[in-house]
Design a protein around this ligand. Structure first.
Ligand code: ADP
Ligand code: MG
Length: 173
């Protein structure tokens, strides 16, 4: 099986960290839609949002999803990728989607521990933890809906990789 694997979940759930490890384990390529946008526009998410608004960013994000999707590739998606029906449909039709599920407290403590990685502007202007609770509540149903598999992302990255492999019934390369 070499279908693309899409990782979805809130910011801080480990899509980049676990995705890179999963790709290494499977001998797959790894791409991150946010990094793809940075490489192709020369702008960070924050800069795109500042210049083009969230709507402009979302349009670019959808295009990035389609462009990075390829066989034998792990795709780490932006936390809001699931918001658009068309993105969810694309992921369901073009690969296998895994939700890295973690509660808001875990996400908040990870993001607070590495604030330099938290470059994305807040959506609401609230504090980080309050915002994570709200964003997760709003998106959880979408993550659940799009995902073929849901894994517990609170364990160490290697354990999350193992959980994904066993859900997919895939062996190490
Ligand atoms: P995402 O790409 O989903 O936003 P990252 O992979 O960037 O998440 O991880 C966010 C932060 O949490 C990083 O500092 C990373 O080292 C840490 N992290 C990610 N996954 C785990 C994990 N399973 N256990 C502990 N820390 C993790
Ligand atoms: Mg990431």
């Amino acid at each position: 099986m070499t279908q693309p694997l899409f990782l979805v979940g809130a910011r801080g759930c480990g899509k980049t960290t676990v995705g890179q490890a999963l790709a290494r384990t499977l001998g797959y390529a790894f791409v991150d839609t946010d990094s793809f946008l940075l490489a192709h526009t020369g702008k960070s998410v924050a800069e795109i949002v500042a210049e083009e608004g969230w709507e402009g960013f979302r349009a670019r994000e959808s295009e990035a999803l389609q462009r990075v999707t390829a066989p034998a590739t792990v795709v780490a998606t932006g936390g809001g990728m699931v918001l658009a029906d068309s993105n969810r449909q694309f992921m369901q039709e073009n690969g296998i989607t895994v939700w890295l599920q973690a509660p808001a407290q875990v996400l908040a403590s990870r993001l607070n521990a590495s604030p330099e990685e938290e470059q994305r502007p807040t959506l609401t202007g609230k504090g980080v933890t309050d915002e994570i609770v709200d964003v997760l509540a709003a998106r959880e149903g979408l993550y659940r809906q799009v995902a073929r598999h849901i894994v517990d992302a609170t364990r160490p990255p290697e354990a999350v990789v193992e959980a994904i492999l066993s859900a997919l019934q895939m062996a190490r390369a």
